[in-house]
Design a protein around this ligand. Structure first.
Ligand SMILES: Cc1cc2nc3c(=O)[nH]c(=O)nc-3n(C[C@H](O)[C@H](O)[C@H](O)COP(=O)(O)OP(=O)(O)OC[C@H]3O[C@@H](n4cnc5c(N)ncnc54)[C@H](O)[C@@H]3O)c2cc1C
Length: 452
């Protein structure tokens, strides 16, 4: 079996893997980037293709995006009730990407910075010696031969399958995804006969019949080229493509289909740990996705940036142990993990609502446009609780309002717990026991059983 040595081996050349390869290669490290796909398939990803402007701005500090990858400039989100009588326009700039162009461009930047791309190479397992990951086994798809890629640090950026970290049985980082923690998604990119109105707004339709426990969307690339899809709560075991064909496709006069595909998205609280001896996980492989809307491109970029910083320091220390890499966990929880946890608490509540609740809540503006924007952009505070209390007296549906105020309260408390994420591994089990207890208390209050 052939064997090659690198400083860092990155498995998976999606957004997260390509971006960290770029950052580390630019910093002078010898990086191998392994990717299952090859040729024209490189960079191809089934996605809604929406990306918030703030993610692009943050990335631009390190790498200026090629303007050609931005297909449509977005001014905000139109949130639509199940009966389609209420449409809230929520401000928030962003882009609908030419996603394949984006993926290819990122890989090119990684290679230009000095990373070596091994396309058509599927990582099959981490190589573990003396309790540390020291490399990756991969199969070259063209020849069927197995190779070893050895390194001081291995990066699992293989997407939601998390091919490497999940094989480290018994390690903190190996935490599996429960069906309750994923969304099953399907989408088509289509050319339509009709002009789509307001293409500068992405549209999110809440409808628990069409997309139970999720939503369906229209993300316009232009007025006649649309990314249309849906996500359904994984625990329901429904086929999203069947729902798409039954409920969504008949609404459009499709001239041509450009690309179709599905996938699953982790929509949950942060993993207990994103690191192990000699390994870190990024992006979907680290379940670093917004649990409410399933957007994860921005978090793929963020995790790559934070992990690259930690890896650089680990090289300076010459220490690639879990303890040395732990600061990536701490940085992640402080930057985004606590908000991910807050949003996960709200996600669980939303998944218990039906169309009546949603029609009522949106039409009465239990949360108005500014409050929804604030929740999404800045996280939860308790300022909404007084409003809910007053509304309870005047607009009826006390059960729904109680559920909402309970979830805002717990979102704050659980977010605060994630802000107190342990500085070292020694405290992790005590801290996690608190998380589980708080989650279970909350879940009981909104009618869900204990954490699976
Ligand atoms: C239908 C759908 C719609 C979505 N819509 C949006 C959206 O609008 N906005 C948004 O922000 N996010 C969206 N997401 C989520 C977003 O696509 C992901 O969060 C993001 O792409 C994660 O990037 P990543 O690099 O972690 O993983 P990926 O992009 O999945 O990249 C993983 C890479 O690893 C490769 N790979 C996998 N296994 C191996 C292996 N064993 N060896 C080598 N290579 C391997 C894959 O081929 C792939 O190139 C959507 C997801 C889906 C499924």
């Amino acid at each position: 079996m052939s064997s090659e040595n690198f400083d860092v081996v990155v498995a998976g050349a999606g957004t997260a893997g390509s971006y960290i390869s770029y950052l580390l290669a630019k910093a002078g490290f010898k990086v191998a980037l392994l990717e299952s796909k090859s040729g024209n398939e490189l960079g191809v990803k089934t996605c809604g293709d929406g990306l918030g402007l703030h993610h692009v701005e943050r990335m631009s500090r390190h790498l200026t995006p090629n303007p050609r990858v931005f297909q449509n400039k977005i001014e905000g989100v139109e949130l639509i009730s199940p009966d389609e009588r209420t449409r809230l326009l929520i401000r928030g700039e962003g882009y609908v990407l030419d996603r394949f162009g984006w993926g290819k461009w990122l890989i090119e930047e990684a290679v230009r910075a000095g990373a070596t791309l091994f396309e058509g190479h599927t990582a099959t397992a981490p190589i573990v010696e003396n309790g540390s990951v020291v490399g990756v086994k991969a199969v070259e798809r063209r020849t069927g031969s197995t190779k070893e890629f050895r390194a001081r640090v291995v990066v699992d950026s293989t997407g939601s399958a998390a091919v490497l970290r999940t094989k480290l049985s018994g390690w903190l980082i190996s935490e599996p995804l429960h069906p309750e923690d994923v969304s099953h998604a399907y989408r088509e990119i289509v050319y339509t006969e009709d002009e789509h109105e307001r293409p500068q707004y992405i549209k999110i339709y809440l409808d628990m019949v069409v997309a139970p426990g999720g939503y369906w969307w229209i993300f316009p690339r232009s007025s006649t080229m649309l990314n249309v899809g849906l996500g359904i709560w994984g625990v329901l075991k429904l086929n999203p493509r069947a729902h798409y064909e039954k409920y969504i496709l008949p609404r459009f006069k499709v001239r041509e289909k450009y690309h179709i595909g599905g996938g699953f998205i982790p929509t949950r609280r942060p993993l207990k740990s994103l690191v192990g001896n000699g390994i870190v996980a990024l992006g979907d492989a680290a379940a670093a996705v917004n649990p409410i809307h399933g957007g994860g491109i921005g978090q793929a970029l963020l995790t790559a940036e934070l992990a690259s910083r930690t890896i650089e320091k680990a090289f300076a220390r010459g220490d690639f142990s879990e303890d040395s890499l732990w600061e990536y966990n701490v940085a992640y929880m402080r930057e985004w993990g606590y908000r991910q946890a807050q949003l996960d608490v709200l996600r669980l509540m939303l998944q218990t609502l039906d169309n009546d609740d949603l029609n009522f809540g949106l039409s009465r503006k239990i949360l108005n446009e500014d409050e929804i924007y604030h929740l999404a952009a800045k996280g939860t505070d308790l300022s909404l609780l007084d409003k809910f209390k007053i509304m309870m007296q005047f607009i009826g549906r006390p059960g729904l309002l109680k559920k909402l105020s309970t979830s805002v309260q717990y979102a704050k408390e659980i977010g605060d717990l994630y802000l107190r994420y342990p500085q070292s591994k020694a405290d992790i089990e005590r801290w996690y026991a608190e998380v589980v207890a708080k989650y279970n208390e909350y879940r009981e209050k909104i009618g869900l059983g204990p954490l699976p």
